[in-house]
Ligand binder design. Structure first.
Ligand code: UTP
Length: 460
């Protein structure tokens, strides 16, 4: 959009306060302002504002909600056999160079209060490895185990991009081939007041917010990386968030179930711990699988129990998915398919008198799980929370660095226990992904080893 077109649009949309501000800027700052506007989809934000005024929710819960089909944890012999068979299918997908990994690491990490990219947060119990290191080492171990090229795509935001790239650079990409690590930035959208007024962040830029984790699926396309992966023969994208140190990157069992179901979009879920746990819920909505945010789900469904008194809609979202790349392409074919959600936010802006003040505003973002209902074929798999899900969201309390630390220690102690090694209660343990990616690998590596653990134990 050229400068004239931007001004015309601002005029039509009654943004006189912005036009007056721009008029008063000296030429160098004026051109900076237009440059900053250039990447922003102003039309989209005005359209979303109108839609949001008409109705503040995107998903109607008047639909018919049912318990969906979910592959449960293996208990019986036939279920174990099925998991084993799926693992073989998943392993061959990785070995045949079909699987790429996407980690979303944009976002603002407000609750954690870490003033750098969330991935730079030190989280492992003994070595204090960062989230970026733990997840990158998994990718490295997988490439090694399956002798396969596994591209690692990392979505950043405009705010944390440079810091993230520098972090990888200064840590030698954690041993990964730097040609197989790709960084791309998520989109930003202007924040707007409920009255439809754009806001200034500073003299030369509008106030904007990252467009949500769903934006990864459009940014992947816009960056050209989606086409690149498809041209190179990759077909499946393993998706996860940076904040879960227990995630099993490209879990072959999950890949296998996804592939056998010919699924376009698959999800791992864990049992909800309490009826008031703030987690998205995987359901069937009008015959289509979907994840509903706990705030959209509502008390009646959230609290529903089955005949045994257990939570009826038990499947909590882990934000771990596998998507078929052609499906991701389809989501981008006629504009970007995912619906936008509107959230209230109090933001600090520059007002027309040049003073800073706080105002209430609306931000728009998309959620990656809204891709699920667009898929013709889906797959959902239950996993054990204590094995795979311990997100770092808050500074303290639930879902914090201390709970993640505790989960990692407990998990690795269980693996060691199964390998015949007992670790005293007061000792910490940490197993590097480069030593063992999972329990089975640890058991086979330590077979016949007799070990007396008398201090904290790090296996690398
Ligand atoms: P959260 O919704 O937990 O947001 O993101 P956050 O930014 O990490 O933390 P808060 O809410 O500000 O405290 C879940 C995951 O999605 C990514 C985050 O990096 C995290 O891995 N994300 C979120 C993005 O990449 N972009 C976004 O716009 C939002």
């Amino acid at each position: 959009m050229d400068n004239r077109a931007i001004l015309d649009l601002l005029q039509v949309k009654n943004q006189d306060h912005i036009i007056h501000h721009v008029d008063r800027l000296p030429p160098n700052k004026k051109s900076k302002f237009f440059q900053n506007c250039n990447d922003l989809d102003l039309d989209l934000v005005f359209r979303l504002h109108n839609e949001c005024c008409a109705s503040k929710t995107t998903l109607s819960l008047r639909g018919n909600i049912k318990v969906p089909r979910i592959v449960s944890l293996p208990v019986r012999e036939n279920e174990r056999k099925s998991h084993y068979e799926s693992k073989l299918v998943g392993e061959s997908l990785i070995s045949n160079g079909k699987v790429a990994v996407l980690i979303v690491a944009g976002g603002q990490g407000v609750r954690l209060g870490h003033n750098r990219p969330k991935g730079t947060f030190p989280v492992s119990p003994i070595m204090k490895k960062t989230l970026f290191q733990l997840l990158s080492e998994q990718v490295r171990a997988l490439s090694f185990r399956y002798n396969a090229k596994i591209p690692l795509l990392i979505m950043t935001s405009v705010e944390n991009h440079d810091d993230t790239v520098l972090f990888f650079d200064t840590h030698n990409f954690f041993g990964l081939d730097q040609n197989s690590v790709y960084f791309f930035q998520q989109g930003m959208l202007p924040t707007i007041t409920p009255e439809g007024k754009l806001l200034l962040k500073d003299e030369t830029s509008l106030f904007v917010n990252p467009d949500g984790h769903g934006g990864s699926l459009s940014a992947l396309n816009k960056s050209g990386l989606l086409d690149m992966l498809m041209e190179q023969g990759f077909s499946e994208l393993f998706y996860c968030q940076i904040d879960n140190p227990l995630v099993r990157i490209a879990d072959p069992v999950f890949l296998g179930y996804h592939s056998q179901a010919n699924s376009q979009c698959s999800t791992k879920v864990v049992r909800r711990q309490r009826i008031d746990e703030k987690v998205g819920v995987y359901v069937s909505l009008d015959g289509k699988d979907a994840i509903l945010e706990y705030s959209d789900f509502g008390g009646k469904h959230m609290e529903a129990l089955d005949d045994n008194g257990e939570i009826l809609y038990w499947a909590g979202n882990t934000a771990i998915h596998i998507m078929n790349l052609s499906f991701v392409k389809t989501l981008n074919t006629h504009g970007f398919a995912l619906p936008y959600h509107c959230a209230n936010k109090n933001v600090e802006i520059l007002d027309s008198k040049g003073t800073r003040k706080n105002v209430d505003a609306w931000k728009f973002e998309t959620f990656v799980f809204d891709a699920i209902p667009f898929a013709e074929r889906t797959c959902c798999m239950e996993v054990d929370r204590s094995e795979e899900f311990s997100p770092v969201k808050n500074k303290s309390g639930p879902d914090s660095p201390s709970t993640a630390h505790e989960s990692m220690v407990k998990l690795h102690k269980r693996w060691l226990h199964d390998a015949g090694i007992i670790v005293p209660h007061e000792r910490l343990v940490e197993i590097s992904p480069l030593f063992s990616l999972d329990r089975e690998e640890l058991i086979s590596k330590l077979k016949g080893t007799i070990m007396q653990v008398e201090s904290d134990l790090y296996l690398a």
